[in-house]
Design a protein around this ligand. Structure first.
Ligand SMILES: CO[C@H]1[C@H](O)[C@@H](O)[C@H](O)O[C@@H]1C(=O)O
Length: 693
C-alpha cells in the first residue's frame, strides 16, 4: 500500500455483524453535497462490507442507512428528530437508530447538507474503527467555527517548510484540468471537518490576486464547495503597488482603499462564497501598514471594510518580530497587539501561533491568549514539522496541540484555558477558529512520512472537538489507516503518544529552544552566532556560559514573564519551583542547580539527551514487532525512517552535549557511552548532511 488513501481506506471490516445491520442506502436531495454523501457512503460501505450497496428509494426493509436533511425529505422531516437537530446547529450532525414505520433504520441527518456529509464520514469512521452500530444515538457539533488549513504554497509550486514534495496546486494546468487529488483532498478534509483552506503562502505573492489566477482559484473553490470547504487567499499588503500601479499601499489612502474594494468585488464575482484574506504583515520583511506609520489595526480594518459587504473576513497574523525589540523576541507580538484590542472590525480575527517564539518542540502558550478579550483570536498550529524533524522524524503532534489548548491563562480565574479563549466561550465571541500549517504535498502519500498523516488528521479532529484525547485520536487514525487488531493498536498508539516527548528529550530538553540549524531548522546547531539579526542565532536562545544555561525571562532578565497573568506566571517564575519542562525557557540556571531528580542541571541535561536518544532507538525496535500487522511498503518506509531518526537523535545528543560541555566544563557521566565524534565534526556538517554517529 502506498498511503494515498490516507485514513479513508475502507478495507473489509472484521466485524461480521455489520452486514446484518446495514442493508442499503437511501439518500435524499440532489445537491452536489448530497451527491458526495451518496458517493462516499457507497464507496465506504462497499469496501467495508464487501458487498454491492443497494440504493433504495423506499424504506422497505430493515437496515437502511438514510441520509439527508429534513428540508429535502418528508421522511426525515417526520422522523421525530427535530429536538436532536436543534442541538446539532448549522454544521453538526446526528446519527440515530430509528424505527421508520416498522423498519429499523440508521438515520444520518443535519440542518445542512454539509452537516449530513460530516455525519456520513463519522458513520463510516464508526465502522472503520469497528464500533457497535446496533443502537446509535450520536449528536455532534463543532466547537470551533473556522477549521482551516494554511498552505504555505508558492505559485512556483515550492512549499515553504513543506517536506512532502511540491504543492498539490498545479497552477499551470488549472483551471482547465481538475486533478483527482483536489477532490480527494476535499474528501479527506471533509472527513475531519475542515471547512476552510488558505491556498497560498503567507509570504505572499500579489500575482494570486490577478485575473488569470483568480480563474484558477475559482476552479478549486468549485471543487471544494460541495465538501463544505471555503477558499481563502493570502493578501500581499503591497499588492496595490505591485499589481495595481499605485504609488502607495497606505491603508488610510483613499485610492488604496478603493483598489482593495474593487479587487474584493472582483474576487466575489468568481467565488461568491470566498472566505477572505490571511495576512502576514510587517513580519520577516513582509510589507505592512507600519511601512506607512499605521497600525496593524489600520491595515486589517481596511481589508475588513472591503470584505464586509460579502461577509468575508480578515485573518491577521500576530507572528511579528523585528529588531525593535532587542531585549526579547518573545515579547513583541504582545507589545504590538495588546494595545490594539478593541480596535479591530468585527470581521477581523487575529491569528496567534501556539507559542511566542515559533513552533518549537515544546513551548509555553502564547501570552496573547487571554490578553485580548475584545478580539477573536484564532489558533495557529503547525502541522508541518518545521522544527520537529520535518518529514523524517515520527512525531505525533496531538499531545503538543492539547498541551497548548489545555494551558490555563487564568485571565478570568482558574480554568481560563486557551481552548476557552479559542472556542469563544470565555469572551463570548461568535467567530472562532483553529488553523494548521499544512504538511501536504505531491508525495504519493501526501505527507511524506507515513505517520505525518496523523498530524493532519489530529488537527481536524481537535478543531472539531478540542476535548478529544490524543489517545482517542491516535487510535482512530491507526485503526482507519492500518489495523483494528488490538495488539497492533496498543503498541502503535503508545509509540505515537510518546513520540513528541521523546523528540523534546533528544532535541530540546528542559525548555531549550531554537537551537536547530539556522534557516533550514533541521538538526542541532547551538553554536551558530554569525547571523546579522541576533534573534536568528541559536546562542540568543540558550545563552550558555560558564555559570549556566537558559534564557532569563524573569524580572531580572527580559521580563517576558510579566506578559502572563500572575497565576499563570507562578508556575514558572521561581527557578526553584518552575515546571522543569520549561525551566531553561524562563531561567538562566547554574550548572550545579539541583533538579527534582536529585541530579545537577548538567547531569540532568546528559540524562535527558541520552534517555531521549535511547527511547528513539526503542521506537525503531518497537516498530519491528508490528510487522505482522502492517503492509510491506509502509512497514519498510517507517522502519527506514525510524532508523534515521535514531541516528539523528544521537547526533542531536552528541552535538549538543559536546557543545554545552565547553561551557559547563563537566564530564558526561561515565555510565553513558562516549560520543564517537568530536564537536568539530558536527560543526563541519553541511546541509543536507549525513551525520554519521
Ligand atoms: C512563512 O514563513 C515562516 C518561516 O518559514 C518560518 O521559518 C517561521 O518560523 O515562520 C514564518 C511565518 O510563520 O510567517
Amino acid at each position: 500500500e502506498n498511503g494515498y488513501d490516507l485514513w479513508l481506506r475502507y478495507k473489509p471490516s472484521g466485524n461480521q455483524t455489520y452486514r446484518q445491520h446495514i442493508t442499503a442506502v437511501l439518500t435524499t436531495g440532489s445537491s452536489p453535497t448530497m451527491k458526495a454523501v451518496r458517493d462516499e457512503l457507497t464507496r465506504g460501505l462497499s469496501g467495508l462490507l464487501q458487498t454491492a450497496i443497494t440504493h433504495s428509494t423506499a424504506v422497505n426493509r430493515d437496515g437502511i442507512v438514510i441520509a439527508g436533511t429534513p428540508h429535502s425529505s418528508p421522511l426525515i422531516h417526520n422522523a421525530g428528530i427535530a429536538p436532536l437537530l436543534q442541538q446539532a446547529g448549522e454544521e453538526g450532525f446526528i446519527i440515530v437508530t430509528k424505527k421508520i414505520g416498522d423498519k429499523k433504520c440508521i438515520l444520518i441527518s443535519g440542518n445542512s447538507d454539509v452537516g449530513v456529509l460530516y455525519g456520513a464520514f463519522h458513520f463510516l469512521r464508526l465502522l472503520q474503527t469497528e464500533q457497535p452500530v446496533e443502537q446509535l444515538h450520536i449528536v455532534s457539533t463543532p466547537r470551533i467555527k473556522l477549521r482551516m488549513l494554511n498552505h504555505w504554497d508558492n505559485l512556483d509550486r515550492t512549499v515553504e517548510r513543506g517536506y512532502a514534495g511540491f504543492s498539490i496546486w498545479n497552477w499551470h494546468t488549472l483551471p482547465g484540468y481538475i486533478d483527482q487529488r483536489y477532490i480527494d483532498y476535499a474528501r479527506a478534509n471533509a472527513s475531519i471537518g475542515i471547512n476552510g483552506t488558505v491556498l497560498t503562502n503567507v509570504n505572499a505573492n500579489a500575482t494570486i490576486l490577478t485575473k488569470p489566477y483568480l480563474e484558477k482559484v475559482k476552479a478549486l473553490a468549485d471543487v471544494f464547495r460541495p465538501y463544505g470547504i471555503k477558499v481563502y487567499l493570502t493578501a500581499r499588503f503591497s499588492a496595490p503597488v505591485e499589481t495595481g500601479g499605485l504609488k502607495t499601499a497606505d491603508p488610510l489612502n483613499e485610492e488604496v482603499r478603493q483598489w482593495w474594494t474593487k479587487k474584493v468585488k472582483e474576487i466575489y464575482t468568481y467565488i461568491p462564497d470566498f472566505g477572505g484574506f490571511l495576512v502576514k504583515a510587517n513580519s520577516e520583511g513582509q510589507p505592512g501598514p507600519q511601512d506607512y506609520q499605521r497600525t496593524h489595526a489600520d491595515g486589517a480594518n481596511m481589508l475588513a471594510d472591503a470584505l464586509a459587504p460579502f461577509s468575508g473576513i480578515v485573518i491577521w497574523r500576530a507572528f511579528v518580530y523585528s529588531n525593535e525589540n532587542p531585549a526579547d523576541r518573545h515579547k513583541q507580538a504582545y507589545d504590538d497587539f495588546v494595545p490594539l484590542d478593541g480596535r479591530f472590525r468585527p470581521n477581523v480575527m487575529v491569528q496567534v501561533k501556539n507559542g511566542a517564539i515559533d513552533f518549537m518542540p515544546r513551548e509555553p502558550f502564547h501570552p496573547l491568549f487571554g490578553a485580548m478579550p475584545k478580539t477573536p483570536l484564532m489558533m495557529e498550529f503547525q502541522v508541518t514539522q518545521e522544527y520537529l524533524g520535518q518529514g523524517t522524524h515520527l512525531v505525533f503532534l496531538a499531545p503538543l496541540f492539547a498541551e497548548t489548548l489545555q494551558s490555563d491563562s487564568y485571565q478570568k480565574g482558574p480554568g481560563s484555558t486557551v481552548a476557552k479563549v479559542i472556542d469563544g466561550s470565555m469572551d463570548g465571541h461568535p467567530l472562532t477558529g483553529i488553523a494548521g500549517v499544512a504538511n501536504i504535498g505531491s508525495d504519493i502519500n501526501w505527507c511524506g512520512h507515513p505517520f505525518a498523516q496523523a498530524n493532519w488528521y489530529a488537527l481536524g479532529r481537535l478543531a472539531w472537538d478540542h476535548t478529544l484525547s490524543s489517545k482517542q485520536i491516535a487510535e482512530e487514525w491507526l485503526r482507519m489507516s492500518y489495523s483494528n487488531d488490538e495488539r497492533f493498536i496498543g503498541t502503535a498508539s503508545k509509540l505515537m503518544l510518546e513520540s513528541r516527548d521523546i523528540m523534546v528529550q533528544y532535541a530540546n530538553p528542559i525548555g531549550l529552544h531554537h537551537i536547530m540549524g539556522t534557516s533550514h531548522h533541521y538538526g542541532p546547531a547551538p553554536w551558530v552566532n554569525d547571523l546579522n539579526r541576533p534573534e536568528w542565532n541559536p546562542v540568543y536562545y540558550h545563552r550558555a556560559d560558564s555559570t549556566g544555561i537558559g534564557f532569563n525571562r524573569t524580572a531580572t532578565g527580559s521580563n517576558a514573564l510579566a506578559q502572563y497573568h500572575p497565576e499563570a506566571r507562578a508556575r514558572w517564575e521561581n527557578m526553584l519551583t518552575c515546571d522543569e519542562k520549561n525551566l531553561l525557557w524562563f531561567h538562566h540556571v547554574p550548572w550545579d542547580f539541583r533538579m527534582k531528580s536529585g541530579r545537577s542541571l548538567w547531569d540532568e541535561l546528559c540524562y535527558q539527551y541520552y534517555t531521549g536518544a535511547e527511547r528513539a532507538g526503542k521506537m525503531r525496535d518497537t516498530w519491528q514487532t508490528l510487522q505482522p500487522y502492517v503492509d510491506r511498503q509502509r512497514f519498510e518506509q517507517v522502519s527506514m525512517l525510524l532508523q534515521i531518526q535514531h541516528e539523528e537523535a544521537i547526533w542531536w545528543r552528541n552535538a549538543c552535549l559536546l557543545y554545552f560541555q565547553t561551557f559547563s566544563k563537566r564530564l558526561i557521566p561515565a555510565e553513558y557511552e562516549k560520543p564517537s565524534k568530536t564537536l568539530e565534526y558536527y560543526k563541519s556538517l553541511q546541509f543536507p548532511f549525513a551525520p554519521g554517529i
